[in-house]
Design a protein around this ligand. Structure first.
Ligand code: NIG
Ligand code: FE
Length: 420
């Protein structure tokens, strides 16, 4: 039986607590153990506590990790990513730096449609290679579970190919994946003059097929003034529910379009972005029990200044999650550490709150709170050690990868610890 002991962590951030998402003041209760230790058997956490309490469980053959000087925390759960696409969009980045807006580039045929053209032209093997490469980058930065959206295919066959590449992450790498169909990411070129016909395709063909073949857990739609309207989004999300896919969607990102209210109305598991949220929207999110997935990487990368109202959401009792929104257009950041830094500096979340939003709350948002997101007895041993003496150093010292050891289901999947 494989056993692993991580001991002498300067801080062991357990996130121990109630069996549900943290809200309000609970977000600032990370349950840190100093000189902490975790004992793992066969991929599951068997004991958590101080080194003095736990180290005695080590057996002959136990792999011992000395985490002196390191902060040890649950592996990040990144609840919003777009990890499969062909090619970056550096030229668009430069245009935006020079003053073009994301919407202008999209209207001119760039943006998501640019990625769709290139993704459709890529082979299955090329798409799988991108997926597997991005999975290794996530793992190296301490992310052990992701939600992964399709959305750069925009035809039944191409969305299935993207979900196939996403499945390869789960089968070929240690990264755990919750796949989401994002067939309604944009209106593809061939449907520009008849967007409702494209929504028909998503609702009548894509969703039933994906549900029937068990290719996704969730279904998303980009609800935005230049993409899908509230009415079109409602159709997609209602169809998703009817087919047993968990509804979650891009809401109130660039314009305040009533996405928060729609999320509450359809009982969406999450509403993501929410940069334009006002007080009525905060209220709708809280009353609807909708998880607010905040994506500050996209605000930063688009050169905007209006971040989602994290403090208002927390104070109102919302379930708040942080995620990367990793994608080639609006948020090319795979690192949850960078997202924590943005959340603290730009959205005034405390480091401990940011950790809770990026681990246990994200785990509940993906329906995995009973298995991942905290370091507690009986849970999966998804653990990351940061070269940081204090958890606050992770967001505070930014632009570097602090993750030096990453463990998924008890196995070491990344190790860059220095000598001694
Ligand atoms: O989350 N909002 C829609 N999708 C992405 C952007 C994708 C892209 O530009 O390729 C987002 O911001
Ligand atoms: Fe997104």
């Amino acid at each position: 039986m494989a056993t692993l002991l991580i001991e002498h962590a300067s801080e062991l951030v357990t996130m121990e607590g109630p069996a549900r998402a943290r809200v309000g003041k609970e977000l600032a209760e990370p349950a840190i153990v100093e000189d902490g230790a975790v004992f793992v058997r066969d991929g599951l956490i068997e004991a958590v506590g101080t080194t003095a309490d736990v180290a005695g469980l080590a057996e002959a053959g136990t792999v011992r990790i000395d985490a002196s000087g390191l902060t040890v925390a649950p592996g990040f759960v990144d609840a919003h990513t777009h990890p499969v696409f062909a090619g970056w969009r550096a030229a668009e980045y430069e245009l935006r730096v020079m003053g073009a807006t994301y919407e202008e580039i999209a209207a001119a045929g760039g943006g998501i449609r640019n990625s769709v053209r290139r993704t459709r032209a890529a082979s299955d093997a090329e798409l799988a290679a991108v997926a597997l490469h991005n999975a290794s980058v996530f793992l190296a930065h301490g992310t052990t579970t992701i939600e992964a959206k399709s959305g750069y295919g925009l035809s039944v066959a191409d969305e299935l190919r993207l979900l196939g590449a996403i499945r390869r992450i789960a089968t070929d790498t240690p990264l755990e994946v919750s796949p989401t169909l994002l067939g309604a990411h944009e209106v593809p070129d061939e449907y520009r003059d008849r967007p409702d016909a494209y929504v028909d395709l998503v609702v009548e063909e894509m969703i039933p097929r994906v549900a029937r073949e068990g290719l996704a857990e969730g279904c998303d739609v980009f609800c935005e003034s230049h993409v899908f309207s509230i009415e079109q989004s409602r159709r997609v999300l209602e169809a998703a529910k009817a087919y047993g896919l968990v509804p979650r969607f891009h809401a109130d990102q660039l314009t305040r379009g009533g996405g928060a209210e729609l999320a509450a109305e359809v009982g969406a598991a999450s509403a993501d972005h929410l940069e334009q949220l006002d007080d009525a929207g905060v209220d709708a999110i809280v009353r609807g029990g909708v998880t607010a997935v905040l994506l500050p990487g996209s605000v930063y990368h688009l050169g905007l200044s209006r971040y989602a109202p994290a403090r208002k959401l927390i104070d109102a009792g919302a379930k708040v999650v942080l995620a990367t929104d990793f994608n080639p257009g609006s948020s090319p950041v795979p690192s949850m550490q960078m997202v924590l830094s943005l959340a603290c500096t730009q959205m005034r979340m405390r480091p401990c709150e940011a950790f809770a939003a990026a681990t246990i709350n994200a785990a509940y948002a993906l329906g995995r709170g009973d298995r991942v997101g905290s370091i507690e007895k009986g849970k999966q041993a998804d653990i990351v050690a940061f070269d940081a003496p204090d958890h606050r150093n992770v967001p505070y010292v930014f632009g570097v990868n602090h993750a030096v050891l990453v463990v998924k289901r008890g196995a070491i999947v990344a190790d860059r610890r220095g000598p001694g």
